[in-house]
Design a protein around this ligand. Structure first.
Ligand code: SF4
Length: 312
Protein backbone atom coordinates (compact mmCIF):
# COMPACT_ATOMS: atom_id res chain seq x y z
CA UNK A 1 0.00 0.00 0.00
CA UNK A 2 1.05 3.60 -0.57
CA UNK A 3 -0.86 5.86 1.80
CA UNK A 4 -0.85 9.53 0.91
CA UNK A 5 -2.06 10.54 4.36
CA UNK A 6 -1.11 9.74 7.95
CA UNK A 7 -3.53 10.54 10.74
CA UNK A 8 -1.71 10.78 14.06
CA UNK A 9 -3.77 10.08 17.16
CA UNK A 10 -1.91 12.46 19.45
CA UNK A 11 -3.81 11.26 22.47
CA UNK A 12 -6.49 8.83 23.55
CA UNK A 13 -7.40 11.32 26.23
CA UNK A 14 -10.31 13.61 25.50
CA UNK A 15 -12.24 16.31 27.33
CA UNK A 16 -15.40 14.33 26.57
CA UNK A 17 -16.53 10.72 26.54
CA UNK A 18 -18.88 10.61 23.57
CA UNK A 19 -21.11 7.62 22.96
CA UNK A 20 -20.18 7.42 19.28
CA UNK A 21 -16.39 7.61 19.70
CA UNK A 22 -14.52 4.96 17.65
CA UNK A 23 -11.41 5.14 19.84
CA UNK A 24 -12.99 5.24 23.30
CA UNK A 25 -11.64 8.74 23.98
CA UNK A 26 -12.14 9.77 27.60
CA UNK A 27 -10.74 12.05 30.32
CA UNK A 28 -9.74 8.82 32.09
CA UNK A 29 -7.99 7.24 29.13
CA UNK A 30 -4.23 7.15 28.93
CA UNK A 31 -1.82 7.20 26.00
CA UNK A 32 -0.35 10.33 24.43
CA UNK A 33 2.23 10.72 21.69
CA UNK A 34 5.44 12.44 22.71
CA UNK A 35 7.09 15.12 20.60
CA UNK A 36 9.99 12.74 20.02
CA UNK A 37 7.61 10.10 18.65
CA UNK A 38 5.97 12.69 16.37
CA UNK A 39 9.38 13.62 15.01
CA UNK A 40 10.17 9.95 14.36
CA UNK A 41 6.85 9.49 12.55
CA UNK A 42 7.53 12.52 10.37
CA UNK A 43 11.00 11.20 9.55
CA UNK A 44 9.37 7.98 8.43
CA UNK A 45 6.66 9.82 6.51
CA UNK A 46 9.36 11.63 4.52
CA UNK A 47 11.09 8.33 3.87
CA UNK A 48 7.83 6.94 2.45
CA UNK A 49 7.75 9.47 -0.43
CA UNK A 50 4.03 8.78 -1.02
CA UNK A 51 2.81 10.74 2.03
CA UNK A 52 1.53 14.25 1.26
CA UNK A 53 -0.69 15.05 4.20
CA UNK A 54 -0.35 14.70 7.96
CA UNK A 55 -3.37 15.22 10.16
CA UNK A 56 -3.58 15.31 13.93
CA UNK A 57 -6.47 14.11 16.03
CA UNK A 58 -7.23 11.94 19.02
CA UNK A 59 -8.88 11.89 21.52
CA UNK A 60 -8.55 15.63 21.77
CA UNK A 61 -5.19 16.93 20.49
CA UNK A 62 -5.65 20.41 21.98
CA UNK A 63 -5.29 18.82 25.45
CA UNK A 64 -1.61 18.47 24.53
CA UNK A 65 -1.33 21.87 22.91
CA UNK A 66 2.47 22.38 23.11
CA UNK A 67 3.06 18.99 21.49
CA UNK A 68 0.36 19.68 18.89
CA UNK A 69 1.83 23.07 18.02
CA UNK A 70 5.35 21.75 17.70
CA UNK A 71 4.05 18.78 15.65
CA UNK A 72 2.18 21.09 13.27
CA UNK A 73 5.26 23.29 12.88
CA UNK A 74 7.49 20.30 12.18
CA UNK A 75 5.07 18.83 9.64
CA UNK A 76 4.55 22.13 7.84
CA UNK A 77 8.28 22.86 7.77
CA UNK A 78 8.83 19.54 6.02
CA UNK A 79 6.34 20.49 3.33
CA UNK A 80 3.41 18.28 4.30
CA UNK A 81 -0.15 19.54 4.00
CA UNK A 82 -1.43 19.61 7.59
CA UNK A 83 -4.86 19.18 9.15
CA UNK A 84 -6.09 19.18 12.76
CA UNK A 85 -9.31 17.76 14.24
CA UNK A 86 -10.79 18.97 17.50
CA UNK A 87 -14.04 19.09 19.45
CA UNK A 88 -13.40 22.83 20.11
CA UNK A 89 -13.78 22.45 23.89
CA UNK A 90 -11.34 25.36 24.18
CA UNK A 91 -13.37 27.80 22.06
CA UNK A 92 -15.43 29.38 24.81
CA UNK A 93 -14.98 32.95 23.52
CA UNK A 94 -13.49 34.61 20.46
CA UNK A 95 -10.54 36.23 22.19
CA UNK A 96 -9.39 32.93 23.72
CA UNK A 97 -10.01 31.30 20.38
CA UNK A 98 -7.62 33.75 18.78
CA UNK A 99 -4.92 32.81 21.29
CA UNK A 100 -5.33 29.12 20.49
CA UNK A 101 -5.57 29.45 16.72
CA UNK A 102 -3.15 32.27 15.81
CA UNK A 103 -0.04 30.09 16.13
CA UNK A 104 -1.58 27.58 13.68
CA UNK A 105 -2.44 30.16 11.03
CA UNK A 106 -0.47 29.74 7.83
CA UNK A 107 0.61 26.25 8.89
CA UNK A 108 -2.55 24.16 8.61
CA UNK A 109 -4.63 23.49 5.54
CA UNK A 110 -7.82 22.95 7.50
CA UNK A 111 -9.32 22.60 10.94
CA UNK A 112 -12.05 19.99 11.36
CA UNK A 113 -14.48 20.44 14.23
CA UNK A 114 -16.30 17.36 15.44
CA UNK A 115 -19.45 18.97 16.61
CA UNK A 116 -22.79 17.37 17.24
CA UNK A 117 -25.22 16.65 19.96
CA UNK A 118 -22.99 13.88 21.26
CA UNK A 119 -20.28 16.45 21.87
CA UNK A 120 -21.65 19.72 23.06
CA UNK A 121 -25.32 19.82 23.91
CA UNK A 122 -26.34 23.47 24.41
CA UNK A 123 -22.83 24.89 23.97
CA UNK A 124 -22.46 23.36 20.55
CA UNK A 125 -23.42 26.31 18.44
CA UNK A 126 -21.44 29.01 20.24
CA UNK A 127 -18.17 27.08 20.27
CA UNK A 128 -18.49 26.38 16.56
CA UNK A 129 -19.41 29.98 15.81
CA UNK A 130 -16.41 31.24 17.78
CA UNK A 131 -14.02 28.99 15.88
CA UNK A 132 -15.58 29.82 12.51
CA UNK A 133 -15.38 33.59 13.11
CA UNK A 134 -11.79 33.56 14.31
CA UNK A 135 -10.60 31.01 11.75
CA UNK A 136 -12.04 33.10 8.94
CA UNK A 137 -10.10 36.15 10.16
CA UNK A 138 -6.95 34.05 10.34
CA UNK A 139 -7.47 32.47 6.91
CA UNK A 140 -7.91 28.93 8.29
CA UNK A 141 -10.43 26.74 6.47
CA UNK A 142 -12.91 25.08 8.84
CA UNK A 143 -14.96 21.99 8.29
CA UNK A 144 -17.65 20.98 10.75
CA UNK A 145 -18.40 17.29 10.97
CA UNK A 146 -21.50 16.08 12.69
CA UNK A 147 -22.39 12.48 13.47
CA UNK A 148 -26.10 11.71 13.45
CA UNK A 149 -28.29 8.68 13.86
CA UNK A 150 -29.28 7.10 10.52
CA UNK A 151 -32.63 8.45 9.40
CA UNK A 152 -32.17 11.73 11.24
CA UNK A 153 -29.96 13.55 8.73
CA UNK A 154 -31.13 17.16 8.81
CA UNK A 155 -32.34 18.32 5.39
CA UNK A 156 -32.34 21.94 6.59
CA UNK A 157 -28.84 21.87 7.94
CA UNK A 158 -26.18 24.42 7.22
CA UNK A 159 -24.51 23.14 4.01
CA UNK A 160 -21.12 23.76 5.62
CA UNK A 161 -21.87 21.03 8.15
CA UNK A 162 -20.87 17.62 6.90
CA UNK A 163 -23.26 15.10 8.40
CA UNK A 164 -22.50 11.41 8.50
CA UNK A 165 -24.31 8.52 10.11
CA UNK A 166 -23.02 6.74 13.20
CA UNK A 167 -20.84 3.74 12.48
CA UNK A 168 -21.20 1.29 15.32
CA UNK A 169 -17.63 0.48 16.25
CA UNK A 170 -15.68 1.34 19.38
CA UNK A 171 -17.85 2.85 22.10
CA UNK A 172 -20.72 3.29 19.62
CA UNK A 173 -21.05 -0.49 19.36
CA UNK A 174 -21.73 -0.68 23.08
CA UNK A 175 -23.55 2.57 23.85
CA UNK A 176 -25.57 3.20 20.67
CA UNK A 177 -25.96 -0.04 18.74
CA UNK A 178 -28.52 -1.57 21.14
CA UNK A 179 -30.90 1.34 20.36
CA UNK A 180 -30.41 1.14 16.59
CA UNK A 181 -32.46 -0.91 14.11
CA UNK A 182 -30.85 -4.33 13.70
CA UNK A 183 -30.64 -6.67 10.72
CA UNK A 184 -29.54 -10.27 10.30
CA UNK A 185 -25.82 -10.90 10.79
CA UNK A 186 -25.77 -12.65 7.40
CA UNK A 187 -26.28 -9.29 5.69
CA UNK A 188 -22.77 -8.13 6.51
CA UNK A 189 -20.70 -9.70 3.77
CA UNK A 190 -18.49 -6.71 3.10
CA UNK A 191 -16.51 -4.18 5.07
CA UNK A 192 -18.08 -0.76 5.49
CA UNK A 193 -15.01 1.21 4.52
CA UNK A 194 -14.07 -0.05 1.08
CA UNK A 195 -10.33 0.68 1.04
CA UNK A 196 -8.80 -1.88 3.40
CA UNK A 197 -6.89 -3.31 0.46
CA UNK A 198 -5.13 -0.07 -0.42
CA UNK A 199 -5.92 2.56 2.21
CA UNK A 200 -5.07 6.11 1.24
CA UNK A 201 -4.74 7.07 4.89
CA UNK A 202 -3.57 5.05 7.88
CA UNK A 203 -3.78 6.00 11.53
CA UNK A 204 -0.81 6.04 13.87
CA UNK A 205 -1.56 5.72 17.59
CA UNK A 206 0.61 7.02 20.47
CA UNK A 207 2.37 3.65 20.73
CA UNK A 208 3.38 3.56 17.05
CA UNK A 209 0.73 1.06 15.94
CA UNK A 210 -0.33 1.51 12.32
CA UNK A 211 -4.09 1.04 11.87
CA UNK A 212 -5.98 0.43 8.63
CA UNK A 213 -9.20 0.77 10.63
CA UNK A 214 -9.37 1.69 14.31
CA UNK A 215 -8.09 -1.34 16.23
CA UNK A 216 -6.86 -3.32 13.19
CA UNK A 217 -3.10 -2.91 13.02
CA UNK A 218 -0.64 -3.90 10.30
CA UNK A 219 2.58 -3.24 12.21
CA UNK A 220 4.31 -0.89 14.62
CA UNK A 221 6.56 1.83 13.24
CA UNK A 222 8.53 2.03 16.48
CA UNK A 223 9.63 -1.55 15.84
CA UNK A 224 9.84 -1.60 12.06
CA UNK A 225 10.02 1.19 9.45
CA UNK A 226 6.68 2.35 8.12
CA UNK A 227 8.00 2.01 4.58
CA UNK A 228 8.64 -1.71 5.13
CA UNK A 229 5.29 -2.20 6.87
CA UNK A 230 3.52 -0.68 3.86
CA UNK A 231 5.62 -2.47 1.24
CA UNK A 232 5.11 -5.85 2.92
CA UNK A 233 1.39 -5.40 3.56
CA UNK A 234 -0.44 -8.33 2.01
CA UNK A 235 -4.09 -7.66 2.77
CA UNK A 236 -5.35 -11.06 1.64
CA UNK A 237 -2.94 -12.80 4.03
CA UNK A 238 -3.65 -10.55 7.01
CA UNK A 239 -5.62 -12.64 9.56
CA UNK A 240 -8.29 -9.98 10.06
CA UNK A 241 -8.21 -7.93 6.85
CA UNK A 242 -8.08 -11.07 4.66
CA UNK A 243 -11.43 -12.47 5.83
CA UNK A 244 -12.99 -8.99 5.80
CA UNK A 245 -11.98 -8.54 2.17
CA UNK A 246 -13.22 -11.98 1.25
CA UNK A 247 -16.63 -11.80 2.86
CA UNK A 248 -16.89 -9.02 5.41
CA UNK A 249 -17.68 -9.63 9.10
CA UNK A 250 -19.66 -12.77 8.15
CA UNK A 251 -16.46 -14.35 6.83
CA UNK A 252 -14.57 -13.29 9.97
CA UNK A 253 -17.12 -15.16 12.09
CA UNK A 254 -17.14 -18.24 9.83
CA UNK A 255 -13.36 -18.40 9.39
CA UNK A 256 -12.72 -18.52 13.13
CA UNK A 257 -15.92 -20.30 14.21
CA UNK A 258 -16.97 -17.44 16.48
CA UNK A 259 -20.08 -17.17 18.58
CA UNK A 260 -22.14 -14.26 17.29
CA UNK A 261 -25.38 -12.38 17.73
CA UNK A 262 -28.17 -13.00 15.23
CA UNK A 263 -28.61 -9.29 14.49
CA UNK A 264 -26.34 -6.25 14.28
CA UNK A 265 -26.79 -2.55 13.67
CA UNK A 266 -24.29 -2.39 10.81
CA UNK A 267 -21.19 -4.07 9.39
CA UNK A 268 -18.88 -2.28 11.83
CA UNK A 269 -20.94 -3.52 14.77
CA UNK A 270 -20.63 -7.12 13.54
CA UNK A 271 -16.93 -6.62 12.77
CA UNK A 272 -16.15 -5.07 16.14
CA UNK A 273 -18.00 -7.84 17.98
CA UNK A 274 -16.03 -10.50 16.10
CA UNK A 275 -12.76 -8.71 16.76
CA UNK A 276 -13.47 -8.55 20.48
CA UNK A 277 -13.80 -12.33 20.43
CA UNK A 278 -10.48 -12.62 18.55
CA UNK A 279 -8.32 -10.34 20.70
CA UNK A 280 -6.84 -13.20 22.74
CA UNK A 281 -5.80 -14.90 19.53
CA UNK A 282 -4.34 -11.86 17.78
CA UNK A 283 -3.26 -9.58 20.62
CA UNK A 284 -0.67 -7.69 18.59
CA UNK A 285 -2.98 -7.03 15.66
CA UNK A 286 -6.17 -6.18 17.55
CA UNK A 287 -4.59 -3.46 19.65
CA UNK A 288 -4.11 -1.39 21.71
CA UNK A 289 -6.41 -1.93 24.69
CA UNK A 290 -7.77 1.59 24.35
CA UNK A 291 -9.40 0.75 21.01
CA UNK A 292 -11.32 -2.05 22.71
CA UNK A 293 -12.66 -0.18 25.71
CA UNK A 294 -10.08 -1.08 28.32
CA UNK A 295 -9.93 2.05 30.42
CA UNK A 296 -7.00 3.08 32.58
CA UNK A 297 -8.41 4.97 35.49
CA UNK A 298 -6.90 6.66 38.49
CA UNK A 299 -7.94 4.86 41.63
CA UNK A 300 -8.21 6.79 44.93
CA UNK A 301 -4.53 6.09 45.67
CA UNK A 302 -3.51 7.61 42.39
CA UNK A 303 -2.21 4.43 40.77
CA UNK A 304 -3.51 3.20 37.45
CA UNK A 305 -5.87 0.26 37.25
CA UNK A 306 -7.53 -1.46 34.29
CA UNK A 307 -11.24 -1.87 33.85
CA UNK A 308 -12.97 -3.40 30.89
CA UNK A 309 -16.05 -1.65 29.61
CA UNK A 310 -19.27 -3.59 29.66
CA UNK A 311 -19.36 -4.94 26.13
CA UNK A 312 -22.74 -6.34 25.27
S1 SF4 B 1 -16.45 -3.33 8.80
FE1 SF4 B 1 -14.71 -3.48 10.24
S2 SF4 B 1 -12.88 -2.97 9.06
FE2 SF4 B 1 -14.68 -2.28 7.88
S3 SF4 B 1 -14.93 -0.10 8.47
FE3 SF4 B 1 -16.27 -1.33 9.82
S4 SF4 B 1 -15.02 -1.74 11.64
FE4 SF4 B 1 -13.59 -1.08 10.01
Amino acid sequence: MKPTGLHLLLSFQCSRECDHCFVWGSPFQRGAMTGETVKGVLDQAEDMKSVERISFGGGEPFLYYPVLLSAVRMAARRGFRVGVSTNAYWASCESDCTEWLSPLAGLIEDLTISSDWYHWEADLKQHVLNVCAVAQDLGIAVQVRSVVFPGSLDEERDPQILESPVEYRGRASVELAPEAPQVSWLEFKSCACGDLRDPKEVQIDPYGNVHVCEGITVGNLLKRPLREICEDYEPDLHPIVGPLLQGGPVELVLRYGLDHKMHYADACHACYDARLALRGRFPEILAPDQMYGVKRELDPLGSLSDSVADET
